[in-house]
Ligand binder design. Sequence first.
Ligand SMILES: C[S@@+](CC[C@H](N)C(=O)[O-])C[C@H]1O[C@@H](n2cnc3c(N)ncnc32)[C@H](O)[C@@H]1O
Length: 312
Amino acid sequence: MNFAHEPVLLRQVVEWLNPAAGRRFIDGTVGGGGHSAAILEKAPADAELLGIDRDDEALAAAKAKLSAFGPRVRLVRSAYSRMSEIAEELEWEDGSVDGILLDIGVSSHQINTPDRGFAHRFDGPLDMRMDRRTPVTAATLLNRSTLEELTRIFREYGEEPKAFRLAQAIVARRAERPWERTGELAELAQKTVGKPFERGLPAATRCFQALRIAVNGELEELEKGLEEAVLLLRPGGRLAVISFHSLEDRRVKHFFRDEALSCVCPPGLPICVCHKTPRLKVLTKHPVDADEAEVAENRRSACAHLRVAERV
Ligand SMILES: C[S@@+](CC[C@H](N)C(=O)[O-])C[C@H]1O[C@@H](n2cnc3c(N)ncnc32)[C@H](O)[C@@H]1O
């Protein structure tokens, strides 16, 4: 298997996580191991890293890439929302981790492999599962979801203005024959809700993004994963999150902001009664983006936003 994935914002991730000052790291989306390798290269010689990914092909690539670090690296096939449980098995207790990275979304390998069904540019099976042990594929959703459920998926996860129309077309078409191929879906999305000169994301991109998020429960994963990460970090430990679209970035931004608040009492109370303790300090006021040189070399990086917070 040829696994090609260029890690985005690599220098910035390493600078913000400051591995030289740590001993325990978690890469919740280890992918091909590019970020993990860079973290370990800058970390002390006895530092350890737990790498998690749902994708068996990613883990195989990470295993090869990180083999030079020997037993300092443990790789686990799982969802990062189970980070605490996995860390506990290594006897890494809550409050003991120095740095955590989540580089969420799909890898170039996933998107560029037609058989995985992530891309509307290629024809392939309507799969889209990151973890191919799970039962629900994109085809399952398209063939079995109700009209209302499909409408919700396209509206919430694809921000599709004509979500109902797209869902209706999908349901009408499946009465003739079941959904199987990405090519047919891309064509239908473009024909039904696309415009010849579209501003923003093309119709097929919105449609595929929505299904991928639904198939992999990506937003639920993110919410749970952020919670788990905060519990695992030691005071002064850092959490770095790279997201690739506004649905994710908004969640990260709000989570960081809420966790940094020291009071959530309703306005107008004379004294604070909530006694909230902030758990995070936000280090990046604005998201860190790729510079022109990186974008010229790696187009994926154009959509990447890095946010970093420190455990208080
Ligand atoms: C953008 S790639 C990460 C690339 C990696 N940073 C590198 O340097 O190669 C995202 C990876 O996260 C994995 N992933 C996405 N959501 C996940 C989740 N909830 N739990 C575990 N892995 C996940 C995907 O399978 C994919 O391999």
